[in-house]
Design a protein around this ligand. Structure first.
Ligand code: PLP
Length: 392
């Protein structure tokens, strides 16, 4: 499907995970919305805005197995989760000695957001070391939740992790955390379009995700979902016209969070087209094929470098994105050479004392591109030793 995307011909794009890529057809709809706005800004952002946004929310809610009144578009998961993190700190409130239980697989910017609210309050942001390999959801949940202590108030983790590309069993974690009386916050940045999601079944207190990554919507389309009974804890980061003006019968949560001053809502309004695009192209099959291809690349790298994988190679643990272990090397230098010498775009990640190539396989990826990656890594890794090896 390479021709269906706008990616440059020369680039071997194995990093869908970072920012996604938008199909041509979906991007054209995005631009049509932008033109409509510019053709009549006052009408579009005034009278026209509420009904089209409502439709876009309803379509996304139906896709995510949620109620549209519990779902607000935010530009990205960083902002959605910042609303949760800053609100919980203020409104629970979090006080000295309270603990947030998390993992050492989380996204750096959000580790910072938790640290930002925790440090001045004397709150403990506990990033538990969960060292692979992982075997089953139950084993993972046991290991993680064994760290719950008397002052733990919140459990925070990713649905699909950034540095290790692992799919964590959030359904089980949420269930068990709730039975312990804990609040659950899930970072779903990589999940929509990547794994089937039913937010009602996951039932996390707060779940924020991105549409611009694996759902292939335009950049700047994310959302924050909050359980109805927890919405009162959230404060919009921006106070604007929505505050104290919710029309009768409408969701206060949606009304207060949705309008954050003048902005371009075209990326949100295009999300239904992205959902439709994937449905039309039988994305369940594309995901299944992508998993087979990613497994192929990972097995070749395991053969080449002899490093053990982090989990079984099943879709319980990863689907279209896998962190394949390679020989220990200078990640920055190898990733630069991959791009400069082979135009391969892929993150090479230093994590937990090991090095990984985080391979994203999308509808446009070919087996030849994966072979090119493996051959290039076999050549480059021995040439660029890890800085610790050089020093010692
Ligand atoms: C696990 C995870 N959470 C959050 C984010 C942040 O996404 P965004 O920059 O769209 O807010 C990322 C980005 O890659 C991520 O991998």
């Amino acid at each position: 499907m390479r021709g269906d995307f706008l990616l440059k011909d020369q680039v071997v794009f194995l990093n869908h995970g970072s920012y996604g890529a938008c199909p041509r057809e979906v991007f054209e709809i995005y631009q049509t919305w932008q033109r409509e706005l510019e053709a009549e800004p006052v009408h579009f952002l005034g009278r026209g805005f509420a009904p089209v946004m409502k439709q876009a929310r309803q379509d996304l809610a139906a896709y995510l197995g949620a109620d549209a009144d519990d779902l607000v578009y935010y530009p990205n998961a960083t902002q959605g989760l910042n609303v949760v993190i800053q609100s919980l700190a203020e409104n629970l409130p979090l006080v000295a000695g309270d603990e947030i239980l998390s993992t050492n697989h989380e996204y750096g910017a959000l580790d910072k957001a938790w640290t930002f609210v925790s440090e001045p309050r004397g709150v403990i942001y506990n990033r538990v070391e969960l060292t692979p390999p992982f075997t089953t959801a139950e084993e993972f949940a046991d290991r993680f939740l064994a760290h719950v202590g008397p002052r733990t108030r919140i459990v925070y983790l990713s649905h699909i992790t950034s540095p290790t590309a692992l799919r964590f069993p959030v359904e089980l974690i949420v269930k068990r955390a709730r039975s312990l009386g804990l609040i659950t916050v899930i970072d779903g940045a990589h999940a929509p379009g990547h794994v089937a999601i039913n937010l009602t079944e996951i039932d996390a207190d707060f779940y924020s995700g991105n549409c611009h990554k694996w759902l292939c919507a335009p950049k700047g389309s994310g959302f924050l979902h909050a359980r109805r009974d927890m919405q009162k804890l959230l404060r919009p980061i921006v106070i604007g016209h929505g505050w104290r003006t919710t029309p009768p019968g409408e969701s206060v949560y949606v009304h207060e969070h949705q309008w954050r001053g003048t902005f371009d809502p075209a990326s949100y309004l295009t999300v239904p087209a992205a959902i439709e695009f994937q449905a039309h192209h039988d994305w369940a099959r594309i995901r299944a094929d992508a998993h087979v291809m990613a497994t192929y690349a990972m097995n070749r790298l395991i053969d080449a470098f002899g490093e053990p994988p982090m989990s079984p190679p099943t879709t319980d643990w990863w689907v279209q994105m896998v962190a394949a272990p390679i020989g220990r090397c200078d990640a920055g230098a190898v990733s630069t050479r991959l791009y400069e010498d082979h135009t391969i775009v892929i993150p090479i990640i230093d994590w937990g004392g090991r090095t990984f190539a985080r391979i994203s396989v999308q509808a446009y990826t070919t087996r030849a591109e994966l072979d090119l990656l493996v051959d290039a890594l076999v050549d480059l890794v021995p040439k660029f030793p890890h800085p610790s090896a050089k020093a010692g």
